[in-house]
Design a protein. Structure first.
Length: 260
């Protein structure tokens, strides 16, 4: 993490232009190591398709204007909101329940915020806290790193005790927002969820994302695995499987015409 000098506390240097951040020698080494882990990481994620240890219940529906993300306040020229993307918009909700949880909703979200890598498959993705303290304060920035030219800079848009929301920055494969949240159901049961609002970030990504479905499927597998690992991080066990709802909004015709 990179910090600026402060009076008593370390504060993140949020002026860092993560969208144009150039990796140094140490980052190059980390990327090389990540590539060596890629086959094992991809195999681990794909295994969930072949023999899932947690049942996944998938629903797909046609979306409408209700599937648009929360309004982006105080947008900057570096933000890459949904309307700047390409192709259809996907509104996805991943929901999973944990029984026997040792952590409550607030404690789980705090643990994830401080180290998101605890819930991702090594070699498939990694979160670099390039301008972030780990508290996920509004305005702090991270880069989601994947092997190849898929690095995704994001900034924190919202944070409360049981959730935080990230928005994509220029250079990200996607355009949109993602929210991580948890809620206490009863004394030892909690629900963890990931909600995404996304379109392809550029025309090339649109081919991979919407036309070929490659990036769309990678995102699906990444967040399915993240949810399962979040339950383990909470110290609980999955009950009822994982629910995934995808609502597709064909953009921009329906939005522009006001017919949704």
């Amino acid at each position: 993490m990179l910090f600026t000098a402060g009076s008593g506390e370390s504060t993140p240097d949020t002026s860092l232009r993560t969208s144009h951040w150039i990796p140094g020698p140490h980052q190059v080494v980390r990327e090389a190591l990540m590539l060596t882990r890629l086959p094992r990481g991809v195999a681990g994620v794909l295994w969930r398709l072949v023999r899932p240890d947690v049942p996944v219940h998938v629903r797909e529906e046609i979306g409408d204007h209700r599937d648009l993300p929360p309004h982006l306040d105080a947008a900057t020229e570096r933000d890459q909101p949904l309307e700047h993307g390409y192709g259809p918009a996907l509104h996805r909700e991943f929901r999973i329940r944990a029984v026997g949880a040792q952590r409550g909703a607030a404690a789980l979200i705090d643990a994830i915020a401080r180290d998101m890598n605890r819930a991702v498959v090594p070699g498939v993705a990694r979160f670099d806290y390039v301008a972030c303290s780990g508290a996920m304060a509004v305005g702090e920035e991270l880069v989601v790193r994947m092997p190849g030219p898929w690095d995704g800079p994001v900034r924190v848009l919202r944070r409360d005790d049981t959730s935080f929301r990230l928005g994509t920055l220029v250079g990200h494969l996607e355009a949109g927002q993602i929210e991580f949240a948890a809620r206490d159901v009863d004394d030892d049961t909690l629900e963890f969820s990931i909600t995404t609002w996304a379109r392809a970030g550029d025309r090339v990504a649109d081919v991979l994302y919407s036309r070929l479905g490659l990036a769309k499927q990678i995102q699906y597998l990444l967040w399915v695995e993240f949810c399962v690992r979040a339950v383990r991080l909470a110290g609980g066990r999955v009950v009822g499987g994982l629910d995934v709802l995808t609502r597709t909004v064909h953009w921009p015709d329906e939005i522009a015409a006001g017919t949704v």
